[in-house]
Every structure is written in structure tokens, then in C-alpha cells.
Write a protein that binds this ligand. Sequence first.
Ligand code: FMN
Length: 369
Amino acid sequence: MSVLFEPYRIRNLEIRNRFVRSATYDGYAEPNGHVSEGQIKLYSDLAEGGVGLIIAGIAYVHHSGQISPFQNSIAGDAVISSFEKLTSIVHERGAKIALQLFHGGREANYVKIKNNLPLAPSIIENDPYYLGQHQAITEKEIWEIIHSFGDGAKRAKEAGFDAVQLHGAHAYLLSQFLSTYTNRRQDQWGGNLENRLRLHLEIYRDIRKKVGKDYPVFIKLGVEDGLLGGLEFNEGKQAAKLLADFGFDSLEISQGLRGKRYIGTEYKTNINSINKEAYYRNWCREIKNSTDIPIMMVGGLRSFSLMQEIVENEEADLVSICRPLICEPGLINAWNTNPTKKAKCMSCNKCVDAIFKGKSIQCKHGFEK
Ligand SMILES: Cc1cc2nc3c(=O)[nH]c(=O)nc-3n(C[C@H](O)[C@H](O)[C@H](O)COP(=O)(O)O)c2cc1C
């Protein structure tokens, strides 16, 4: 049996194989943030299709962090029962499920707060990478958001999620704090790496206090920005080590702030040969060598043979996939029958274009089981 189909354990979480569905915003949530019937079907198909662990897409923990009207919320107790239905359907089909806890920071353009402006670490004028208006978050607001992450994790546990994952990557609040490009603060939340990582650590502390010592708490971490003048890998790698030492149970390695579309983003396109796959492999390998906690590799993984080599070489413990599972939710079972099967995903990013236009995820190859 391939190592990819061997079970894997993180704390008390037993996963049936090494395949993770990387968090994927789907644009299917009800307008009040509850789980929709469309999402029940989508997650049920994924679990049925053989993936070991599903990381449910961005759920905002606080109303100031919302980026879309069709996004799931974990910001209040009213959503718990709708998530219970989702987690039990996934469990009945043998998969495990984690919730990704999210705050959009300056990109949260769906906010309904004072001045209606999103919260950012600092105000950056004329930033070519983000033209939206924003306001600098205050100390009091920072603590409110920290506690909302802890409350969100507690609700996720109550709703039957097996773990939570902090969204600490891409363009959003935690990346904005980690990057000197977006964080120009001169207080305890800005400046050196320790200060820029303080938000992550305080969130971890609050979550741990509210979910207990055995509940798995993961983070998806952006270890290098996709633009010049931002976070560089040598600091990203140190951040990964500090987070692992602090107690996070797993790291999924991705990029930080986005640069030019699509080359400077986490969803790179034209993955049409094996040497373009696994585009964060070098970062992942280095971090795996310098930490003791389970590492998830994400980014352009398409070939079974390559993923097998990565796990056998101990460059990662788990392999995490997004776009190919939008196209074919049954891909993992298909690989179990035929490991040489090619994934249909062309990385054309029509799925990304759809969500940026405010639609739900779509694939030009259709949603195939
Ligand atoms: C439609 C779409 C939605 C995504 N939503 C999320 C999300 O909610 N949270 C997240 O951390 N990453 C999100 N991502 C990024 C993916 O999880 C993943 O890191 C990236 O697409 C690279 O993996 P892939 O080559 O397997 O697609 C999204 C990507 C796509 C294409």
C-alpha cells in the first residue's frame, strides 16, 4: 500500500490517509453565514470521494473580518447547529473536518463597523497591491479580535469539527501583521519578528484556553510574500519554528501577501508538467527539517507519484489539494484504484475568477464525482 493511503495521527485526531482538502472558499454559504444545502452536498461528495481531512474554507470570527456576503460565519452561537449537520455528514463518510478561522484585515470589504472601513495593522497610502481604504486597528480592537478567534474555536469544537486551522497566509489579517510591508506599527504589535508574531501567539493562547489541551490547533502560514519589500523566507522560516515551539499542532506552508496575479499568488496557473508542481516544495522541506510538528504541503500538487515521493522522503507528512478537488471530488478514490490517473484540473483559475466576481466556485470541467 502506498504511504499516501496510510493513516496519520495528530494529537487525538486519526486521519484515514495523507490527503487533505486545503481550505477552499466556495461562495455557497447562506447570507446569514449558515451552512447551505449546496455546501452539505459539496462536503458530502468530498468525504465520499476519499479525502482524509477536509479543511472547511474561511469562516469569519468577527463581523469586522468578513470578505464576502456568501461566506460562512463562526462569529455567533446561532451558526453552531448548521455546522453540526455538516460535520456529522462528513464523519458518516469516514473523513475528518477542520474549520479555518479567518479575519480579512484590510481586505475585509464587507465590514459593518464604525466608519465602514476595514481594519489593518497600519494605513498604507497608494499601495498598488491594495487600493481599498482602511483604518489602523487599535489596541482595544486587537484584543477583541483575539478573543473572537478563541470564541470561534470553541464554537467549532462544539459543532463537531475535529480541529481548527488559523488562516495565517495570503492577503489577510495575520499575514498583514507578519509582513513589514503592511505592518508599520511602532507598538508591541509591530517592529521585530517577535512583535509581528504576537497576534498569532495571543490568538493561540486564547484558543487553547477555550478548547483545552488536547484539541488540534493548526495554522496555514504564509512564509514569504509574493511582492517585493515584504516578508522574506528567512524570517518566514523563523516564524514557522516559533509557532511550532509555541504549541501549534501542524503547519500548512503557503505564501504570504499576494503580488501580481497569478504569478505572485498562492494559486499559480499553468501547472501542465510535473516540474511545475509542488511549487512550495523547497520552503516546505526546509521547514520540515527545522520543526518537529506535522507539516502539510500545498500548492500545485497534481501527480500521485510526486506526492508519494514527497511523503516517502519526509519533505511533508500530509499533502493538501484545492483546485483538483473542485474539479473532481472523487479524485482520491480514483487514485486508490489507479495511481497513474492524471488529475483533470488544468489550473486555469476559472474557479478563482468566479469567486472574485462574487459567484460560487465553478469548474469548466464541471463538478465530477
Ligand atoms: C477557489 C479557491 C478558493 C480558495 N479558498 C481558500 C480559503 O478559503 N482558505 C485558504 O487558506 N486558501 C484558499 N485557497 C487557496 C488553496 O487552499 C490553495 O492553497 C491553493 O489553491 C494552492 O493549491 P492547489 O494548487 O491545490 O489549488 C483557495 C483557492 C481557490 C482556487
